[in-house]
Design a binder for this molecule. Structure first.
Ligand code: GLN
Ligand code: ZN
Length: 757
């Protein structure tokens, strides 16, 4: 029985690629030196795969930045403005990824988007009238050759034409048709070239097949591959899918002339059913994605074996991962602070190679000692169950999820309690994290700064920050979040049930990596987490200061979740912990509490038909649980990043927050029309200026933006805020920008009020 993976992480177990790239960008090393690091990483990856018994290690899964961008380059899909820079191939790639500036040129980076339902981001291909597809697969071919020279017969991987077409941006007047035949031609060239090199297998990744497909899209896929597969000659072609199932077109796809088809049995909830119902062709290999490529827990071999059994009598099975391993950290080997007992429960990328191999061994040779070891691991009580907490959750009733009085009824109480002007102004919470702030936090962490000195420093910073906001004239103040490194880690560190790794980095985009904390056990809150700072801040001013929390859905979405209990159960545990914090803040005299759900939209299932049953039906109530017990006059705010929630507006309203702010300055404000169309009740603060750029907006510009909003929404419904993330900016931009924001608001208020008389 063959063993396989889809792709291996390329960033390196110590983020070697990140650091080499950053050095290259700073011009501290040459391209040749960068290439040496890359080559070592590839070699190491092939070695690990071969050592673990993977039959065909993967090549071309390496990337200096992003595999979708690599494909754009390979197809010649490079907009003119980048070609004009006359850079070499690698620097052209970096110009697309990061933008390019010198004395004569100023070209922006191509936009990035989330890669399906992951936290990885890809660079969006741009197709315009001037696009001419021209195949240049030298990267793939070179890496294949490089592996061969090193003694590895690999299976190169490449994103397929269908997914490329689905993900691309089309500039006005252009459609897929314009490039379709050239695109097929380009892949045909690749087939020929790989055949010439004696390549055995090519893996084509088509994750776009797990999205809802229209009739036309299904046909487009069939058309592409009927054509393309005519030209494969000796080459064997694997169609690799992941992140879901092929429910729209499975029957048609299995009829095509692929030599292997890779299905995801972890996230593809209907994959087993499809195979059972329609069978799987005898002449193809079934690459069965049974080892989870997205989470870090050990595989439960018994469950996996019974899943494989459910597939019926298919003897052409290859054991595979469910998706690329780039979504998990490289190895547990470097985690020297966690005990062996704990690490035993984890499988990062390298450990997953072994799992693939062991599953195959158990399946074929009935190796019972391996199976027994795995059974013993799962039989052991990994965590002490918190019975009390479990009962609390079981006993939750509908009432616990409903805040009374209703949104509209409690508004009057809040107006009375808060006495805010029309168009209240505020920020999303964080303020610039200057080098001074970072340094103090680091010194404290290292024990070089005493607790009392650190706290005195923070109090000083908070005081300054409040004075600054007061001078600028903001109405609702924030304490500035100087004590926080990250909006999830800060809470995770104070909750029981979380554990943290040292080196478990996962690529988010380019050189940026994240280190998600791990939900290990039942979540509880041993003591108040933020009250000290919020109460201190409120004691310094007569204006309302917002309490600042991260919501349960976002905390979970940015962590590695448990697999032994449901996401819903974990979210409810977090919700109860955050609820305690909300009530403590209220008791401490905080009148406005903001509960950020920055990542709520992010984990919306890929298929519309799964949105409610798989996600919104429990995530929205979990948010409501957090604030259902506060007094009528306490105002609850929430914040979401990006305004891309047009499709789920009723669910956002159902969160039953009093005010929601969101990032909107870069969008065309079409969201406002949608809010209006849905009779959105919650008060809204659409960000009026972009904070991601160092540019300082004029008050005139902000006023225009505000007027646009007020043309669509009643003035009583609108709050005025910048976009989120001020912590990434400096005071140099923040102070004038916020000053302009307040000026613009005051002018609009004056005009509106005179006008209304
Ligand atoms: N309160 C945080 C801030 O203002 C929210 C960050 C975010 O939205 N990602 O920066
Ligand atoms: Zn945000």
């Amino acid at each position: 029985m063959k063993k396989s993976i889809i792709a291996f992480p390329r960033i390196g177990s110590n983020r070697e690629l990140k650091f080499a790239l950053e050095k290259y960008f700073r011009k501290e090393i040459s391209e040749a030196e960068l290439q040496i690091v890359a080559k070592e990483l590839r070699l190491e990856s092939w070695k690990s795969q071969k050592e673990a018994g993977i039959d065909y290690p993967i090549s071309n899964d390496f990337s200096f930045y992003d595999q979708t961008l690599d494909l754009s380059i390979a197809l010649g899909v490079i907009p003119e403005r980048y070609k004009k820079l006359k850079l070499n191939e690698l620097d052209t790639l970096f110009a697309l990824a990061r933008g390019f500036q010198d004395e004569e040129n100023d070209v922006k980076a191509r936009p990035m988007k989330k890669w399906f339902n992951t936290n990885y981001h890809y660079i969006v291909p741009e197709i315009s009238k001037e696009t001419v597809i021209k195949a240049n697969f030298s990267k793939l071919l070179n890496e294949y050759q490089e592996a061969k020279t090193a003694g590895f017969e690999t299976r190169p991987t490449i994103i397929g034409p269908y997914t490329f077409l689905i993900l691309a941006d089309y500039l006005s007047g252009v459609t897929e048709d314009a490039i379709l035949s050239d695109l097929i031609g380009a892949y045909t060239v690749l087939f020929d070239q790989l055949n010439n090199l004696g390549g055995e297998w090519l893996q084509i990744e088509e994750p776009a097949l797990v999205l809802d497909q229209t009739e036309e899209e299904q046909q487009l896929f069939i058309k592409i591959y009927q054509e393309l597969l005519k030209n494969k000659n000796k080459l064997k072609v694997l169609l690799q899918t992941y992140f879901g199932d092929l429910r729209d077109s499975y029957q048609e796809i299995i009829k095509l002339d692929f030599d292997g088809i890779g299905l995801d049995f972890v996230e593809g909830r209907e994959s087993v059913k499809l195979v059972q119902k329609y069978g799987f062709p005898q002449d193809k290999l079934l690459f069965a994605g049974v080892v989870n490529g997205k989470n870090i827990w050990r595989n439960h071999y018994q469950k996996t074996l019974s899943l494989l059994k459910d597939l019926g009598n298919i003897d052409n099975i290859v054991i595979n991962t469910s998706c690329s391993l780039q979504h998990v950290p490289v190895t547990t080997e470097n985690e020297i602070k966690l005990s062996k007992e704990i690490l035993n429960h984890f499988a990062f990328a390298k450990e997953k190679l072994v799992e693939v191999s062991e599953i195959s061994e158990i399946y074929v040779k009935k190796n019972t000692s391996l199976l027994d070891k795995n059974i013993a691991l799962f039989d052991k009580n990994r965590v002490q169950e918190n019975i009390q907490l479990k009962q609390k959750i079981t006993h939750l009733t509908d009432k616990d999820f409903i805040r009374t009085p209703s949104l509209v009824e409690r508004r009057a109480d809040q107006i009375k309690a808060l006495r805010l002007p029309l168009l209240p102004t505020t920020t999303i919470g964080s303020f610039p994290q200057t080098p001074e702030v970072r340094k103090a936090r680091l010194q404290y962490k290292r024990g070089e700064l005493s607790k009392s000195d650190y706290e005195a420093f923070l109090e000083e910073k908070i005081k300054e920050c409040l004075e600054l906001q007061d001078n600028i004239g903001l109405d609702v103040l924030a304490h500035g979040e100087f004590e926080r490194n990250d909006m999830v880690e800060y809470f995770g560190e104070q909750l029981d049930g979380y554990i943290f790794t040292q080196k478990a980095w996962v690529q988010s985009y380019g050189t940026r990596c994240v280190k998600p904390p791990i939900v290990w056990g039942d979540i509880t809150r041993p003591q108040a987490m933020t009250v000290r700072w919020s109460a201190y801040a409120q004691s310094q001013t007569s204006k309302p200061v917002k309490g600042m929390l991260t919501g349960p859905v976002t905390i979970l979405n940015w962590s590695f979740p448990r697999e032994d209990i449901s996401l819903k159960e974990s979210t409810l545990q977090l919700a109860l912990a955050v609820q305690e914090e909300v009530l403590d803040l209220e008791k401490a005299g905080i009148k406005i509490i903001q509960i950020d759900e920055a990542a709520l939209r992010e984990k919306l299932p890929l298929r519309r038909s799964d949105w409610y049953s798989e996600y919104l039906d429990w995530s929205i109530p979990a948010f409501r649980l957090v604030h259902s017990k506060v007094k009528a006059e306490t105002q609850i705010h929430t914040h979401m990043c990006y305004s891309e929630f047009e499709d789920i507006i009723p669910s956002i309203d159902a969160m039953n927050a009093d005010v929601i702010s969101f990032e909107a300055s870069r969008s065309q404000l079409s969201i406002i029309d949608a809010l209006k169309a849905h009779h959105f009740q919650t008060l809204v603060g659409p960000g009026v200026y972009d904070i991601h750029s160092p540019r300082i907006p004029s008050s005139q510009e902000i006023k225009i933006q505000l007027e646009k909003i007020l043309n669509k929404l009643p003035i009583e419904q609108v709050w005025v805020t910048p976009d989120c993330g001020l912590k990434t900016r400096g005071n140099k931009e923040t102070i004038p920008s916020l000053t302009h924001l307040v000026e613009a608001t005051k002018e609009v208020r004056k005009e509106k009020i005179t006008y209304d008389k």
